[in-house]
Ligand binder design. Structure first.
Ligand SMILES: [Zn+2]
Ligand SMILES: [Zn+2]
Length: 145
């Protein structure tokens, strides 16, 4: 976690409600409260799910997340892990792990203002593709935290 005073932290405190949704607009959500562990995930599972070399996630209280339009299609990508996505356009939106059942991870790039919350660390760098170069100075971890 970055220390209080960082720009992302201040903004997460002030703008405590975020809106977002999928590419086609069929699924819309609202999430509120403070984000924790905003990260880039380089794991192979996120990569496949999103069709992208890394996925920026932020963790929120599960009770603070609600759909305002449509429904999430769900895929069990690992035991206890459910990925939520739009069944029409395929956008990856959420990640839920039974091991931390009270939380939900939201794909930060699906926020209406994707600049609102900034990933602070790189996770699962052990899975990182060789053609991705990390040179942004953010801490890197071989696996999850
Ligand atoms: Zn959609
Ligand atoms: Zn991942």
């Amino acid at each position: 976690m970055a220390p209080p005073g960082n720009e992302w932290y201040r903004r997460s405190m002030v703008e405590s409600c975020y809106l977002g949704g999928c590419l086609c607009g069929g699924v819309r959500y609202q999430v509120s409260g403070a984000v924790s562990n905003p990260c880039f995930c380089h794991c192979a599972s996120c990569r496949k799910a999103a069709g992208a070399p890394m996925v920026p996630w932020g963790t929120f209280a599960r009770t603070s997340f609600r759909l305002t339009r449509g429904a999430l299609a769900e895929y069990r990508s690992s035991p206890g892990v459910t990925r939520g996505f739009c069944a029409v356009c395929g956008t990856s939106l959420t990640y839920h792990n039974q091991a931390r059942a009270a939380e939900i991870d939201v794909a930060l790039a699906t926020l209406d203002d994707p600049t609102a919350l900034e990933p602070q660390v790189h996770l699962w760098v052990g899975d990182k593709l060789p053609w991705v170069s990390i040179n942004d100075g953010r801490p890197q971890f071989t696996a999850g935290l």
